[in-house]
Write a protein that binds this ligand. Structure first.
Ligand code: DAH
Length: 360
């Protein structure tokens, strides 16, 4: 280096350039010109070795000071531009949180959940409340107290899943084969009068196109001093018409047998099967949808209720069955396949809560 570089003048020149910079790009360009690999200050530092020995230390100190001053001004200017850019972005980029959620993103209620909610809404309006019981039951509640003694043929018909006798007391627990044991639990716990509806899971060792080892039922029980079969009929006719949303749906009570009711009946609704297509409410044919009857006095006794003072009626139906009929779902097995396409087709919007006021 021939002449002594004027670091002071260069420092002022760079300070003015930084002051005049209009963008982060300008700042980057100034940095390269001054401090880059071939920048002015870098070259001066590189040339230190060519200076006479006694001048080197002082010159080195001046160059370092110059470089530090430029670094500091560049950083301050860059910070200002970055803050301004962020401010501008925050002003223009706003998320509109008022946009409606896309239906595809929301979940669907399974038809079983929906159907249970509908049944509960209808009987809730008639003053019934929901009761529940355990899936793992004692033989006593599932059979004996329902007037199904140990040798009764109904025990074979139920295809029961038994659990191992782990306590070694000769008593095997079982998976409840129907929701009826909750009748006994409610009687023993609440005493009369009773007005309950019991939706829940039930289990039978049975598997084909119309049977699943796990399925759902809903049980009903009403006990009071003056309850009679007219109440049973009125209540279930109203239920069928409300559930299928058909004011004039024909409903028929056909004599039947259940150990826990006396007399017992099965309820059929009017339908037509003309042309192979099932149509509910039309035509002169019948379709069975539930079982019912007046509670057998022996069952009241097992439940600790005096049959001389109280009488009641009970009913039970399959949730999958009434859901298939109402919503035209052809195959029982699809209920448990967890196929999202199926759920999107047959499922319900979660906020579409069934009620007798808004409609089912
Ligand atoms: N528990 C019966 C079943 O699983 C259904 C049933 C029929 C329940 C008549 C009742 C009733 O309460 O009265 O097949």
């Amino acid at each position: 280096m021939s002449e002594d570089p004027n670091t002071e003048a260069y420092g002022q020149e760079i300070a003015a350039a930084i002051e005049a910079a209009a963008s982060l790009d300008d700042i980057a360009r100034i940095r390269v010109a001054a401090l880059g690999r071939n920048g002015v200050v870098t070259q001066w530092m590189r040339s230190l070795g060519t200076l006479p020995k006694d001048e080197r230390a002082a010159a080195g100190a001046r160059f370092n000071q110059l470089r530090a001053g430029i670094e500091e001004k560049l950083a301050a200017a860059a910070g200002r531009f970055e803050a301004a850019a962020l401010e501008a972005r925050l002003k223009t980029e706003r998320v509109d949180i008022t946009l409606p959620v896309k239906a595809e993103i929301g979940g669907r209620l399974h038809p079983i959940s929906q159907t249970i909610a509908e049944v509960v809404a209808i009987f809730g309006e008639m003053g019934f409340h929901v009761a529940e019981g355990p899936h793992i039951e004692d033989d006593f509640y599932n059979f004996t107290a329902l007037n199904i003694p140990p040798e009764h043929p109904a025990r074979q018909e139920h295809d029961t899943f038994y659990l191992p006798d782990i306590a070694g007391r000769g008593e095997r627990k079982l998976l409840r084969t129907h929701t009826s044991p909750v009748q006994i639990r409610a009687m023993l716990k609440d005493k009369a009068p009773i007005r309950i509806i019991v939706p829940g899971r039930t289990f039978r060792s049975d598997h084909d196109a119309t049977h699943s080892p796990m399925f759902h039922q809903v049980e009903g029980l009403l006990i009071d001093e003056t309850t009679h079969m007219g109440h049973l009929k009125g209540c279930l006719i109203d239920f069928c018409r409300a559930f299928f949303a058909l004011d004039h749906l024909p409903v028929r009570f056909r004599a039947s047998y259940f150990p826990f009711t006396e007399p017992s009946a099965e309820v059929d609704i009017g339908c037509s099967r003309a042309g192979g297509e099932l149509k509910i409410g039309a035509g002169g044919e019948w379709l069975e949808i539930l079982g019912c009857g007046m509670v057998n006095p022996k069952v009241l006794e097992y439940g600790g209720i005096d049959p001389a003072r109280y009488q009641g009626f009970a009913f039970g139906m399959g949730i999958e069955r009434i859901a298939m009929l109402k919503y035209g779902i052809p195959d029982l097995r699809t209920f448990y396949e967890s196929d999202l396409r199926w759920l999107r087709h047959y499922g319900f919007l979660p906020l579409d809560i069934p009620s007798m006021v808004t409609g089912l």
